[in-house]
Design a protein around this ligand. Structure first.
Ligand SMILES: Cc1cc2nc3c(=O)[nH]c(=O)nc-3n(C[C@H](O)[C@H](O)[C@H](O)COP(=O)(O)OP(=O)(O)OC[C@H]3O[C@@H](n4cnc5c(N)ncnc54)[C@H](O)[C@@H]3O)c2cc1C
Length: 381
């Protein structure tokens, strides 16, 4: 653990911190960050041992937390390529040489992956998605459709694309080099500017059977779709935790150094109250995140447990509040786009949307609450 923490610190210092401004100005993610992660053994910590799919999830959560406080664009590499993409392949690569081969490339840092789910018609409701996989005359499949807002699409080597096959929503694993793929970067992003966020068009892309991921988790009858996004939500919460910690720390340092009305701002009880409240909520969120990580780690996966959604929701809300407080603490200076408080706020706002918007996840949480109440009222009769 000591070596891991040391390596992580060193990685952030030598390979991440120097890119923050360049990435925020729109320069696309540099694979040198990935090379640094390999050199410091971070990919080995994330993808520990083949066949034990969730080993390394805790290491990944810690990496996300620490990197997120410094550089949101580097964080996105760990969140999407290692987390949602890499961990999904690790879990579902059994007896599929193609998936196993791509997984090895991710594990060794040779390739980057992206998860393509959202469509122009609206990301929250997949039932209205138009991307489809149909059978071709030759017995293969053909993929047609359009995805938008895909983090790392501008740089990734492989995409996990959600699409309908008949009535089923499945994921297909598609190399970027496939014929019929067109990628267009999204301009004028508010934050996450170095993450190669792009639209992808799939026009008659030929897909073979071994590119189609299984649609169900092995140990439960729930779809792989739920599993990928549950992992994404817990990791998004870890990212939010990192951003909250960075905002609190930045605020504290500013309050300690700035004087007003004859005393340091930190001596004001108003700011002490804000910091105390923020830190208390942060602690509660960390506990729920750890419970959710355990829950994923032990494969206790069933639809009714919505801890992963809960922690994503409350962590993202607090991240936005903490980033706003940090801007407030810095006064007008916090309003400057080139300064860290402003960047943290722009990045925090995206947590509301990623891996399912907070309102939409609340539907899942409400389903669990109402289900429990119905069961409870039956027992009390
Ligand atoms: C920085 C960033 C990175 C992203 N990266 C990816 C990626 O890598 N891959 C990917 O597939 N997508 C990605 N997305 C897209 C993201 O997943 C979507 O933005 C999200 O799913 C919401 O979809 P939408 O933006 O179309 O909002 P909409 O679905 O149009 O929703 C609009 C608003 O209405 C609310 N709403 C929707 N339905 C309901 C309802 N039934 N009840 C109450 N309120 C509702 C939503 O909460 C939201 O506030 C990214 C987005 C951002 C900002």
């Amino acid at each position: 653990v000591i070596n891991f923490n040391k390596s992580l610190n060193l990685f952030i210092k030598t390979d991440v911190a120097k890119y923050v401004e360049a990435f925020d100005s729109g320069e696309i993610f540099d694979r040198a960050v990935l090379a640094g992660a390999i050199n410091h053994g971070l990919l080995d910590a994330i993808f520990t041992s083949k066949g034990f799919a969730n080993d390394g999830l805790f290491a990944l959560a810690k990496i996300l937390e620490d990197v997120s406080g410094v550089c949101g664009n580097s964080r996105n590499f760990f969140l999407v390529s290692c987390g949602m993409f890499g961990k999904a392949l690790e879990r579902f690569n059994k007896n599929n040489f193609f998936v196993e081969d791509v997984y090895e490339k991710i594990r060794n840092g040779v390739a980057i992956g992206a998860v393509a789910h959202t469509e122009k018609s609206g990301g929250s409701d997949h039932r209205i998605f138009k991307t489809r996989l149909t059978r071709s005359n030759t017995g293969d499949f053909v993929l047609n459709g359009h995805k938008t807002w895909i983090t790392f699409a501008g740089i990734a080597d492989y995409f996990l694309v959600s699409c309908f096959l008949g009535e089923d929503l499945v994921f297909v694993l598609v190399p970027k080099s496939s014929l019929g793929i067109e990628i267009k970067l999204i301009e004028s992003l508010s934050g996450n500017r170095g993450s190669g966020i792009a639209d992808i068009n799939f026009d008659g892309v030929v897909i073979q059977k071994n590119q189609i991921m299984p649609s169900m988790c092995d140990e439960s009858k729930w779809p792989i779709f739920e599993w990928i996004f549950s992992v994404g939500r817990v990791l998004a919460a870890s990212s939010a935790i990192g951003l909250i910690k960075a905002s609190i720390k930045m605020s504290f340092l500013r309050l300690k150094s700035r004087e007003s009305f004859g005393k340091k701002l930190i001596e004001s009880q108003v700011w002490q109250q804000e910091l105390a409240e923020m830190s208390s909520q942060l602690r509660a969120i960390e506990c729920l995140r750890d419970i959710s990580l355990n829950y994923l780690d032990e494969f206790k996966y069933d639809f009714l447990n919505s801890d992963c959604s809960m922690v994503k929701n409350i962590a993202s809300n607090l991240a936005i509040q903490a980033a706003q407080m940090n801007v407030r603490v810095h006064g007008a200076y916090g309003y400057l786009e080139s300064e860290p408080p402003n960047r943290l706020l722009r990045e925090a706002v995206s947590f509301e949307f990623i891996e399912g918007t907070n309102y939409v996840l609340n539907r899942k949480i409400f389903a669990q609450i109402s289900g429990q109440m119905i069961v409870q009222s039956g027992k009390n009769k």
